[in-house]
Design a protein around this ligand. Structure first.
Ligand code: IPD
Length: 277
């Protein structure tokens, strides 16, 4: 048997520590006032000065602790490493909420093995931290998923479990809409196909939180088209470790084309509904 590249428990501890530190910085900057620094893929796709500063903090902390690892971040791009592990980072997932002052945004940090492409990678540790609530969601492959509330040295930790059976009223589902207006008609048609399964729909505005909430049973399921790898790297592992399924188009892995996350039965129903044309 080959030795693991690193102890996943060490990786998740590091991800969690850095996510908390980065989240505290994001929260401080939010309190001081937010500046939009630039637009990216579309006019609605913004980056704030805080996104950049928070990613720089995460990147420098990871480089200091694990210099041989690779990095893939939303704001500062990719750098290959030599250890076989790459950190996939969204410094502020939910940037539009952050800019508007809606308290639903998260720091997302995952350690993956393999090439940093969700079509083939294996996520091994992940942390999603929500600064406005102080909740930290973590998972290690094969080690379960947890939510931690409170300070690092004095937190209450509870295991996460997806909802297996949403109930007769239907499923509480979340989704999102990409920044490119050209994709909105397709997004709305997909939503219409899924609606018969739903008791109601949420659009939280942070894919990392959508996934963490599926893992926690606060949502029954989630689907979206157009996500980038850093939006779902940590959250998808947290759902799987909470007993859920995460996938993409039928037979495929989660990716830009589609991500679906739910308990096993609802996952299959969502995949069928989305695929039906
Ligand atoms: C966005 C959020 C949003 C999702 C978008 C993502 P960002 O990430 O996760 O919920 O609908 O597709 O791009 O831009 O805030 O990091």
């Amino acid at each position: 048997m080959t030795a693991p590249l690193s102890d996943p428990d060490d990786l998740v501890r590091l991800a969690a520590d850095i996510a908390r530190e980065a989240g505290a910085l994001a929260r401080r900057r939010r309190a001081e006032g937010v500046q939009i620094a630039a637009t990216k893929s579309a006019v609605a796709d913004i980056v704030t000065a805080a996104d950049r500063e928070v990613e720089a903090l995460i990147r420098s902390r990871l480089a200091a602790e694990r210099p041989a690892d690779g990095f893939l971040g939303e704001e500062s791009g990719a750098e290959p490493g030599s250890s076989g592990i790459t950190w996939v980072v969204d410094p502020i997932d939910g940037t539009v909420n952050y800019a508007y002052g809606v308290p639903a945004y998260a720091v997302s940090i995952a350690a993956i093995e393999g090439v940093p492409d969700p079509a083939t990678w294996q996520a091994i540790a992940g942390a999603v931290f929500g600064p406005p609530t102080g909740e930290l969601f973590t998972a290690v492959r094969g080690g379960g998923a947890f939510v931690h509330v409170g300070d690092r040295d004095d937190d209450r930790t509870e295991p996460l479990r997806v909802n297996e059976h949403p109930g007769a009223a239907g499923a509480l589902l979340a989704t999102g809409f990409g920044y490119d207006p050209a994709t909105h008609a397709g997004d709305l048609a997909r939503l219409a196909r899924v609606m018969p399964l739903a008791r109601d729909i949420r659009r939280i505005g942070s894919a990392a939180l959508d996934l963490a909430y599926v893992a926690a049973g606060r949502l029954d399921g989630y689907f979206e088209r157009g996500l980038n790898p850093w939006d779902h790297a940590a959250g998808a592992l947290i759902v799987e470790e909470a007993g859920g399924r995460v996938g993409g188009v039928p037979g495929g892995r989660p990716g830009k084309d589609l991500i679906i996350a739910a308990g096993p039965d609802l996952f299959a129903a969502l995949q069928n509904a989305i695929d039906a044309r």
